[in-house]
Design a protein around this ligand. Sequence first.
Ligand code: BV8
Ligand code: ZN
Length: 255
Amino acid sequence: MIRDTLIEKLQNTQHLVILTGAGVSAESGIATFRDALTGLWGNYDAESLASEFGFLADPALVWGWYEWRRSRVLRAKPNSAHHTIAQLAKQLPKLTLITQNVDDLHERAGSSNVLHLHGSLHQPRCLICEEPYTFPDEAFPGNAIDQKSRIKPPRCHLCDGPIRPGVVWFGERLPAKTWQQAQEACHHCDLMMVIGTSGVVWPVAQLPYLADQEGISIVQINPVITSLNAIATYNLHGKAGEILPQLYAAAFDKA
Ligand code: BV8
Ligand code: ZN
């Protein structure tokens, strides 16, 4: 049940910050981060696969894993959560969208200026000289790629270094300007929505606490209870693809 106070607050919001995690892409069929790793990876953990160390130890295994994830994103479609977020930006004076996701589903739903704090699957670059790499074509070898496909990474046309995914790995810094913008927005918004994140990855996990310290109300949308339940004023437990359209309709659809 969505409380009237939340609906009223949303209608009067001047600057909304939305922080999304893997849960917002779950209804598009993209495994959440933990599922993509541990769900099918047995004894692998995030750090060993999503890290430079992991890539250097076995480039074909890690590049293959990212290509599997990219192939799933290319075949996926934005879901109603992505679309509603794009609609909200048209209804409000200002909306800052911050995501930990490395897919482009927010953009494909119509969101712009998305702050990708953990980079993107769609912007690979040379590990050595950082030259951007363009995928030969978006078409994928069908279902040939599975999660354990080993695919040797392409080589850089300038220095012959290995091409790496354009994501922020564990142990790597977040893009400085984007991180600065995200923190700024959390300090100065008047409402923050945290959608589909387990809130365990730092330093992004600290963003809701920045807003909370400023006395900014927080809305959490997640089917399960997370550590954010403690600071969220509104905890909407359910799927983002169902809750967001309901919230949007209650606030903006002229009855
Ligand atoms: C850094 C890109 C330092 C790659 C990612 C010990 C304590 C504290 C911190 C650390 C520590 N040890 C190490 C660290 C630091 C580390 C960290 O936080 N580790 C964690 C595991 C403890 N952080 C880092 O290394 C960061 N860098 O610290 O640098 C530094 C400083 C100076 C100089 C040099 C270095 C970099 C972190 C970035 C890692 N990269 N992604 C890739 O994608 O492969 S993180 C990865 O996790 C994804 O980006 C993902 O988005 C993110 C967070 O996960 P979630 O999005 O929350 O996804 P998850 O699956 O966990 O949860 C999904 C949620 O959705 C669930 O709650 C579920 O209930 C919900 N859900 C499911 N269905 C739905 C839904 N919700 C709504 N609707 C639904 N339908
Ligand atoms: Zn290079």
